[in-house]
Design a protein around this ligand. Sequence first.
Ligand code: PLP
Length: 366
Amino acid sequence: MITVTKAFIPDRDKYQRYVDNIFDSGQLTNNGPLLKELESRLANYLGVKNLILVANGSLALQVAYKALNLKGEVITSPFSFAATTSTLLWENLHPIFADINPATFNLDPKNIINNLSTNTSAILPVHVFGNPCEVEQIRQIADEYNLKVIYDASHAFGVDYLINSAEKTSVLNFGDISTISLHSTKLFHSIEGGAIITSDDDLAKRIRLLINFGISSPDTIDDVGTNAKMNEFEAAMGLCVLDEIENIKKLRSQIWNNYEVELKDFVEFQKWHPLSMNNHAYAPILLKNQSELLNLKNTLEENNIYPRRYFYPSLDDIEITKHCSNKTKSNSKLISEKILCLPIYPGLSEKDQLRICEIVLKTIKT
Ligand SMILES: *Cc1c(COP(=O)(O)O)cnc(C)c1O
């Protein structure tokens, strides 16, 4: 069976050695040595100033909202994974959907302005499938209207952005905060996990407090916190996977390139930001319409191949968000109806890649 993604499994003996160390030291969690090592290696690898590891990507978002004291309305994208919106609702914030650009799949900056109100406190754009948003325009809007910016950068691990002809920076360096998910289905993972990235040292300090119950020293509780800590077993997995990251990226780009070569005349692809390079976290294709998509999905499933409809349904098309948008026909809904993510993970053989392409071509041509 071929699924849309598969968790990367590192060398068993290497992981076992970390587990032996954990057993010997007895420290299972609470800011342990492996967590600290992973934080510093990741910050270094990604090129970011402060990186705080947390239990998962959803808590990374929730802690970010608290750390920035968000209230009222938050403008966000309806074309995303459920957690982008459900974390807002969970924190009693009001998501306001601004429609996406149908070519990039990212929140269109001009729709931010249309949706502003006196209650807007922040913008929560998503770098969909790792594709950078219009970060410069979004920064300008945020500055002009005094809004916080949090990027749901769950997909944007290792994505750089060219700031001038000679210099690039991690896309995670934009916004007041960027969050990523390190769930096992993602490009880089620590079983479950997430990270909060900010270049503001004071904010980073507050976030460290918030993820540990607001406790600043054994006898001092300074803030209303929660428990969002990552444990040592997860950090150990992260360290093992990080050793393999270049190889993971290479294998993914080979698969992505094969899809592109085989399918480019017959399906549409996401338009990537010209100042950035694809990290090949996902392999989305756009079909002509929903019936072509359903037909293809059925045929692939008959062959034991399970692509996924990321993202479907569009988040502005579900009961729990009826109060978050007034648009009936959004680009987000239109894209949701005809987008399919093909299998992409290290270990997907070239033979299987070509078989998938063959089925796609045969199905959409008939
Ligand atoms: C995976 C994902 C999340 C949630 O991350 P978890 O680690 O699974 O909690 C949030 N937003 C987006 C866009 C995601 O893809």
